[in-house]
Design a protein around this ligand. Structure first.
Ligand code: GLA
Ligand code: CA
Length: 782
């Protein structure tokens, strides 16, 4: 039967090119006066952003058809470098990675393609699409004109072009435009680098139209004269405002929002994000009524399979497995109310053509609860270790993904002692097999207190790497332990810091074979001899009559990675908000199926169940999201607080700058908002920077929120840390019932000399909650 299906697939694949409808060679897509031109005729791009590696291949066609049926005419896609080049020079463009086949499918469905081959893509994808092995050159300058980086970029872009160059519109294919780099303005200013990427893309793709995308606030920083400039902004933004600067600089440019964010991505330990359908529809309607092109990011988000989810910074905010994005088409390919409303709106802009029919949807199934039956406890199944005097990151051991265990022995500890380290990302510390506690990078944790112990007690530091940061300067994100492990011991009443050495290192690479080759035994108990949960690989089987999509519930599990029938399904973590994993029916079989769960914490119960609906909005955290612990305020010594600046911000969108009267030293910075421009009782800030001695923006990497008097977390994440999350479309917002004044105190991590501040209100027209009268108060210590 299986052979027959493969055979049938092969036959279909070979006859497909013959049935493709003709997009003949010699076509052109270019910028005209105030519009794009397709073969000389005005053309409005209505693009649906879809990422082929995030969608099971057997479903590609159905998802493209769903986009087509919305009334879209184009698919916009990223190429994830690290998914295609797992090791230098080892390329994979097959199966899930078959970029050319995906573009052909778009063409078969009469959809054009916008190709965004990076090299960097962001996209909440591991390291923004860059391969981890670049970090083996420790001093590499990523996304800069570093010779090794550029050499690798050239090789990769050539490989991509070899796959799809024949599919540019000039060559009769569907690709109308190719993007150069991605939002470089949010990373830095370096026209030389951006031009080098442009030249590489140009050399490999030939004549096709090239563009670069950025934010309205920074696109001029790296804008190249010969490229089309497009803007990225989210649902709710004031559209005229977003294009104002571009229109002024290039009055004849076609206008395009190359990423109109339909929703937003979820992070572990934070609220599920949604954006109102009405705002999205209003934005699309407005753009189309003005002839503005767009790409709806995401129209269908899909899934971050395996270890591919990225993480955000400042700080460390790892993304969940689902990339549902609150998009019109759900993670599993279901239509949502947003979908139907959007379809209705797009119907108005079909130029007399009929919208395509909505394809059949997949009917999800429930799978009755079953138990996993076998376990391979991690500590009994460690790989052969290596010895290393000094501790190193996983990249230095040539490991890309997974976990690592560092083992050494302790000196005698007569009293409690502090162990310090910078561990990426989720760490459990054991002494003689007893779990002492965890160090969660997400929460800024860097140390743990060890109990007294005997000389020679075994210290185990088990570090799980999550996704590498995909946004901002922090993308150079080494995993494992970065730097030293320091133990502060008490020597006759004096603290003595020792640098721990002489390690045994166990590399637990995230690969199916790592888990499959372990020694499994029947599950006897869910706890070990110390009464603690058992980290390990759990295995089981389940039976299905007729395979279809389902959502496996992992609410009773700890933290880790799941494989079903050999497919890497993604990460799970009990803190949520995501509690289920999407299991596509196309990867299930009639009869017996196998599931493996590598749970690094250990499950509370080994049950699993297939649900018909996902659970992606179920947060289970102990540390509150809000920063409203007012006991902190009692600690503030008011005599040490200085007024750095006071005044009134102007109304309207866009950045504003405040200069302090004189340079001032501070570690804690408080912003006091007395009222809002719209007098609606709510304060809101999208972004805030502080300026250093040279008037330059201070790095916000080490910043944390010390206190915020009010934060609205009722419908989305409007906590105070949103003022330094690098995203102009996210913001701090106070609650409706809390009166002014409002204030927010930021801890800069260390003392800096400050000369001013920059403030960005919300992007929406009328800038809801934008602040009028303010004071900035600072102090060096609390
Ligand atoms: C930016 C990036 C995208 C994605 C979105 C947020 O616009 O260009 O890759 O990260 O932000 O979802
Ligand atoms: Ca923000």
């Amino acid at each position: 039967m299986k052979r027959l299906t493969i055979l049938l697939g092969l036959v279909l694949m070979t006859i497909q090119p013959l049935t493709m409808n003709a997009q003949t060679s010699g076509n052109r897509f270019e910028a005209g006066k105030g519009t794009f031109l397709l073969n000389g005729e005005p053309f409005v791009v209505k693009a649906a952003e879809l990422h082929y590696p995030r969608i099971p291949r057997p479903y590609w066609d159905q998802r493209i058809k769903l986009c087509k049926a919305l009334g879209m005419n184009t698919v916009c896609l990223y190429v994830f470098w690290n998914a295609h080049e797992s090791q230098p020079g080892v390329f994979n463009f097959e199966g899930q990675n078959d970029l050319a086949a995906f573009c052909e499918l778009c063409k078969d469905n009469d959809m054009y393609v916008i190709l965004r081959p990076g090299p960097y893509v962001c996209a909440e994808w591991e390291m923004g699409g860059l391969p981890w092995w670049l970090l083996k050159k420790k001093d590499i300058r990523l996304r800069e004109d570093d010779p090794y980086f550029m050499e690798r970029v050239a090789i990769f872009e050539e490989a991509v072009a070899n796959q799809v160059k024949h599919l540019t519109i000039q060559n009769g294919g569907p690709i109308i435009m190719v993007q150069v780099e991605n939002e470089y303005g949010s990373y830095g200013i370096n026209k030389k680098y951006v031009s080098e990427v442009r030249d590489i893309v140009r050399k490999n793709f030939g004549e096709v139209t090239l563009f670069q995308c950025d934010w309205a606030s920074n696109f001029t920083n790296n804008g190249l004269g010969d490229l089309i400039w497009t803007m990225n902004f989210g649902t709710g933004a004031d559209i005229d405002q977003q294009f104002a600067k571009l229109k002024q600089l290039r009055p004849d440019s076609p206008l395009m929002c190359s990423e109109f964010w339909s929703g937003w991505f979820d992070k572990w330990g934070a609220n599920h994000e949604t954006r109102p359908a009405s705002d999205m529809i209003a934005g699309i309607d407005e753009m189309l009524s003005k002839g503005i092109s767009f790409s709806l990011y995401m129209t269908h988000g899909g899934t971050n399979w395996g270890h591919w989810a990225g993480a955000n910074s400042p700080g460390f905010a790892p993304d969940v497995t689902s990339y549902d994005y609150d998009a019109p088409i759900s993670e599993s390919g279901q239509t949502t109310p947003k979908y139907w409303e959007l379809r209705k709106t797009l119907a108005k802009y079909m130029d007399g053509k009929k919208q395509a029919k909505v394809p059949a949807l997949i009917k999800p199934i429930a799978i009755p609860a079953f138990r996993l039956t076998e376990v391979a406890p991690l500590f009994d199944n460690l790989p052969t270790p290596r010895h290393d005097n000094d501790i190193k990151t996983i990249e230095e051991y040539d490991q890309g993904f997974g976990s690592i265990l560092y083992r050494t022995s302790l000196p005698e500890l007569k009293t409690q002692s502090v162990l310090k380290m910078d561990a990426h990302d989720y760490t459990q510390v054991f002494v003689d097999g007893v779990l002492v506690g965890k160090i969660d990078r997400r929460l800024g944790e860097k140390e743990i207190t060890l109990p007294p112990c005997r000389k020679g007690a075994r210290l185990d530091i088990l570090v799980e790497a999550m996704g590498r940061i995909n946004f901002g300067r922090a993308i150079k994100d080494f995993k494992g332990i970065v730097g030293k492990v320091e133990l502060t011991i008490d020597v006759q009443g004096r603290p003595f810091v020792c640098d721990m050495k002489n390690w045994e290192v166990f590399n637990i690479e995230d690969r199916l074979e790592t888990y499959q080759n372990m020694n499994f035994q029947p599950i006897q108990s869910l706890t070990d001899k110390h009464g603690q949960r058992i980290p390990g690989v759990y295995r089981g089987t389940f039976k299905i009559g007729k395979p279809s999509d389902t959502f496996f519930n992992f609410e009773t599990w700890g933290k880790g990675l799941v494989y079903v029938n050999g497919h890497a399904m993604g990460r799970i973590w009990e803190i949520g908000p995501q509690q289920t994993l999407y299991i596509p029916g196309c990867w299930l079989k009639k009869g017996e199926n196998e599931i493996l769960v590598f749970d690094i914490v250990g499950p509370k119960d080994v049950t699993c169940e297939g649900l018909r609906e996902p659970l992606i909005d179920n947060l289970q955290i102990t540390k509150p999201l809000k920063h409203d612990d007012s006991s902190i305020l009692n600690k503030v010594d008011l005599s040490k607080v200085t007024l750095a600046s006071e005044g009134s911000f102007a109304p309207g969108n866009g950045w504003q700058e405040v200069k302090f009267n004189q340079p001032i030293k501070a570690r804690y910075v408080g912003l006091l908002a007395h009222n809002a421009q719209d007098e609606k009782g709510i304060a809101s800030i999208a972004e805030l920077y502080l300026l250093d001695e040279d008037g330059e923006r201070l790095s916000r990497e080490p910043w944390t929120v010390l206190y915020a008097d009010s934060e609205d977390t009722s419908s989305k994440n409007c906590t105070a840390d949103k003022v330094f999350d690098l995203q102009e479309s996210t913001y701090w917002k106070t609650e409706r019932h809390k009166p002014f004044p409002h204030y927010l105190i930021i801890d800069l991590g260390e003392v800096h000399t400050l000369t001013g501040a920059q403030y960005l209100p919300r992007m929406e027209s009328q800038t809801p909650g934008s602040i009028k009268d303010f004071q900035i108060l600072v102090s060096e210590e609390l």
